[in-house]
Design a protein around this ligand. Structure first.
Ligand code: ZN
Length: 132
């Protein structure tokens, strides 16, 4: 943990290429989601197919290419692609044979989102030094 204050935490995941996977729930004391940063080297696969009891997942491909398996379908993904998988979806992900893949996986409880963006944000009077 780099810094913990009343209303925020700052941490570092370190070198994800070496770690392979870093989860943020404990590092940041998350209360509404689990987020992982993942990297699979070329040719490597998550070693199992899984689903979830309560959580949907969003996969955000940050770098590289790979293959998704969901409910028996296989399809290619690459940098910039985003994939939502319902809790019941049977999923697996593999890096390309020649290309590593780096991705975020965000897990949240299905149907838990009540408000978001402008519906939840509150504009305040406080200003950082760069806002006039
Ligand atoms: Zn999962």
């Amino acid at each position: 943990m780099k810094k913990t204050a009343t209303n925020y935490q700052v941490s570092s995941i370190g070198d994800i290429q070496t770690l392979g996977r870093a989860t943020l729930k404990d590092r940041l004391a998350l209360t509404g989601s689990e987020i992982s940063v993942n990297e699979l080297p070329a040719g490597a696969s998550v070693p199992f197919v899984h689903s979830h009891k309560r959580n949907e997942e969003v996969y955000i491909i940050l770098k590289g290419k790979g293959q998704f398996y969901i409910d028996g379908e296989e399809f290619a993904v690459e940098e910039g692609d985003v994939v939502r998988v319902d809790r019941a979806g049977a999923r697996c992900l593999k890096a390309g044979d020649q290309t590593a893949i780096r991705y975020l996986c965000i897990q949240t409880e299905a149907n838990s989102l009540i408000q978001f963006t402008q519906g939840d944000g509150v504009i305040l009077e406080a200003k950082p030094s760069w806002l006039k």
